[in-house]
Design a binder for this molecule. Structure first.
Ligand code: KG4
Ligand code: ZN
Length: 405
């Protein structure tokens, strides 16, 4: 079956088309197209994501991305149809909030053949509500116009699933197979830091999450303190690596908040503040912090964050007897965190099957939404266009959205 997936939860607008085969035991996904527009450059001048700007950009990008995605998948065939007036009104109900989108959408749909797509998967949460709504409404309009079933997807389930996937580069194929349950998911992104246990396929238990900042958010804030461009995560990581090449010891000592708490909760706000105070102390004696000091501080921060993530995750692996560890979300690209997990598991829990996303798929993308959408499709979890609501605070352990009759 072929799935068209849409992602607009934050600052990436993405549409992917996947050919999916198999079942929960063994599934393969051929990536027919992957169209993505990142808004990072636009948000960089604000030093972070601005929801109103994100929403406007998604609205502007969705039709052109749909065009590219269909074209790349060789599903773009010109046609000329007239949209029935009642359909125009219904689609307009979804799209009128974004200036010009209804006209743009209708014009596009009138000019192309309905593609051979079996389901439309869309992220409906968690994320920035205004950004999510654009994708949700676009997907509802598309589902209605083409009469294709709509599958709502939890963005975090997308991060979870893509972390389990392996890529066959030659075949341009992703596969999820030979996964032993229970699976522990450590999901680390700009908005989330959580440990979820998947005991049975698609049924999650939230073990713990951050009480304040997400780890990616802390990386970004530390990046800003060190005058690095947004997003700070990859930049902080580069500085930290430079210090590790230069020195075997860490020059600054930073706290490891909640590392010994008897639960699976995290806190990264105190660690971020500790970086700020260290910087302020340095600036008591001079006006500028040196590049070397920035590298040392970045390393101390990254070490502390990695220590906490590892301690909590290992405790959860031991206590839940999980067989697989899936590390997903934007921060799972961090090479130091990966290296530390590999070492720790090799030494202490060698039977754990450690997985993270294929290269280039750690951050937000629509392929991961297609993967999660496929499993939800297998469970016939469809909703009727017009009934789906975006939910900025959606949790992985939340009840499923209402089903269409
Ligand atoms: O999953 P994602 O793309 O978006 C959200 O759903 O939040 O994650 C983005 C986060 C940002 O905070 C970014 O700084 C962080 O992932 N990130 C990294 C690295 N690459 C991206 N953090 C640390 N090290 C990295 N290499
Ligand atoms: Zn994400």
């Amino acid at each position: 079956m072929k799935i068209l997936a849409i992602e607009t939860s934050c600052d990436e607008t993405a549409i992917a088309i996947l050919e999916c085969d198999g079942d929960e035991q063994s599934a393969t996904f051929k990536v027919l197209s992957h169209a993505l527009l990142s808004q990072i450059e636009i948000h960089r001048e604000f030093g972070g994501v601005f929801p109103a700007v994100a929403k406007r950009e998604h609205a502007k990008n969705l039709v052109p991305l749909l065009y590219s995605a269909l074209e790349e998948a060789e599903m773009l065939h010109e046609d000329s149809q007239i949209f029935p007036p009642d359909m125009y009104v219904k689609v307009g109900d979804f799209l009128f909030r974004e200036e010009g989108l209804t006209e743009h959408f209708v014009h596009f749909i009138e000019g192309v053949e309905r593609p051979p797509i079996d389901a439309i998967a869309v992220t409906y949460g968690p994320g920035l509500a205004p950004a999510l709504w654009v994708g949700v409404n676009f997907a509802q309009a598309l589902s209605l116009a083409w009469n294709i079933p709509l599958v709502p997807v939890n963005h975090m389930e997308g991060h979870f699933m893509i972390a389990l996937a392996k890529r066959d580069v030659e075949e341009n194929l992703l596969s999820i197979e030979n996964v032993q349950t229970p699976i522990l998911g450590l999901l680390i992104s700009g908005g989330h830091t959580e440990l979820d246990l998947m005991e049975n396929w698609l049924s999650y238990r939230l073990l713990g999450q951050t009480r304040d900042d997400a780890v990616g958010e802390a990386f970004d804030k530390v990046g800003r303190m060190l005058d690095l461009p947004y997003p700070g995560g990859p930049e902080v990581s580069k500085l930290a690596e430079r210090d590790r090449e230069d020195s075997s010891t860490n020059s600054f000592k930073l706290p490891r908040p909640m590392i010994d708490s008897p639960d699976y909760y995290f806190s990264f706000s105190g660690l971020k503040t500790a970086v700020l105070y260290t910087l302020k102390n340095l600036l008591k004696e001079k006006t500028l912090v040196s590049e070397r000091e920035k590298e040392q501080l970045a390393r101390a921060f990254e070490d502390a964050a990695a220590d906490v993530l590892i301690a909590k995750t290992v405790k959860a692996l031991e206590e839940t007897r999980a067989q697989t560890l899936a590390i997903g979300g934007g921060v799972s690209a961090n090479i130091h965190i990966r290296r530390r997990f590999e070492e720790k598991l090799k030494n202490d829990l060698p039977y754990i099957d450690l997985r993270y996303p294929p290269d280039g798929l750690t951050g937000d993308n629509a392929i991961m939404i297609g993967l999660a959408g496929f499993y939800r499709f297998l469970h016939t979890e469809f909703v009727e266009a017009g009934t789906l609501m975006a939910d900025g605070n959606l949790s992985l352990a939340a009840p499923l959205p209402q089903r269409a009759k």
